[in-house]
Design a protein around this ligand. Structure first.
Ligand SMILES: [Zn+2]
Length: 299
């Protein structure tokens, strides 16, 4: 029997493969009967979910105890060269927040955009200004959804760990979605207990313990080249050391939602969840605790 959530919820991005129907409403039941506790609604190809279905999803998820988040469309680019496209991206992000709110999702994850011809600094300031407006409208409308900017896997995309943490420090109401497969793919490293621990401690230093106590995480296997992420793959086909990653999140006492984005979805989500509780039962190895103090970086 898989233990119930103790503050860490494992879930999937989109409809589980074992679900008999291609519907987000039905997916809530499927997630619950798999023994998982979270579902990320995929608005990635557009806002196709009707408001009535969204309302039903909200009711069902609260009955089933499934925590909902949502993922905004991929084609948002808050740093588009074309002003019209930038404005449409802002509107789309706002409409995603509104729809996520109707569906009962507590968090909305989004990809901020591309550097294009601009420097990372210019891109940072453009995206910051866009997000400022979006966050202020969201506050005015009292949309009860946390906006989560994702760490991105391709080097042409805005969203290094440092960029994401800096923006979240600057903008009240903006939170990170830490995608560890993306961080690994982009950097071509960050794939050991020590690396994961350092990343998590950096998040804590920059944003406070709150950021680890209510984290939102994406995880999967990944393949990449010198330009970063190529695609997500299943955990066991990837070099990603998910057992060491689990040790690190246990060590820092991370709580929150872990969304699995492997192609196998629920198979990898259940694999991670089972391993998490096995490792937790055993306790973190003394070797890990002893060495933590030796490699805290200072920035
Ligand atoms: Zn994403």
């Amino acid at each position: 029997m898989i233990p119930a959530s103790n503050g860490v919820r494992f879930g999937v991005a989109g409809i589980p493969h074992s679900c008999p129907e291609d519907s987000s409403l039905r997916a809530v039941d499927c997630v619950a009967s798999l023994g998982l506790e979270a579902l990320e609604l995929e608005f990635v190809h557009g806002l196709k979910l009707g408001p009535e279905t969204a309302r039903q999803i909200k009711i069902k998820s609260s009955q089933q105890g499934v925590k909902l988040s949502a993922h905004a469309p991929y084609f948002i680019n808050l740093n588009a060269g074309d002003q019209g496209q930038r404005i449409r991206s802002q509107e789309l992000l706002l409409n995603s927040l509104r729809l996520a709110g109707v569906a009962g999702a507590s968090d909305l994850v989004f990809h901020a955009g591309y550097y294009g011809r601009q420097t990372p600094e210019e891109t940072y300031s453009q995206i910051k200004n866009s997000l400022k407006e979006i966050l202020s409208i969201s506050r005015l409308e009292k949309i009860p959804v946390r906006l989560r900017i994702e760490t991105m896997g391709k080097r042409q995309q805005f969203g290094t760990l440092d960029e994401v943490l800096a923006l979240c420090r600057e903008l009240e109401g903006l939170f990170p979605c830490l995608d560890f497969a993306h961080i690994f793919a982009r950097e071509g490293k960050i794939n050991s207990y020590r690396d994961f621990y350092q990343v998590l401690k950096k998040v804590e230093r920059k944003l406070g313990h709150r950021a680890l106590a209510s984290a939102h995480i994406h995880i999967s296997g990944v393949i990449f080249n010198q330009r970063g992420e190529i695609k997500h793959i299943n955990l066991d086909e990837s070099e990603f050391q998910y057992d060491e990653w689990l040790q690190a999140i246990i060590e820092v006492d991370l709580k929150g939602t872990i969304i699995v984005e492997s192609p196998s979805l629920e198979a990898d989500a259940l694999r991670l969840k089972n391993l998490y509780y096995n490792l937790k039962d055993k306790g973190t190895s003394p070797e890990h605790s002893r060495t933590n103090h030796d490699f805290l970086d200072t920035d």
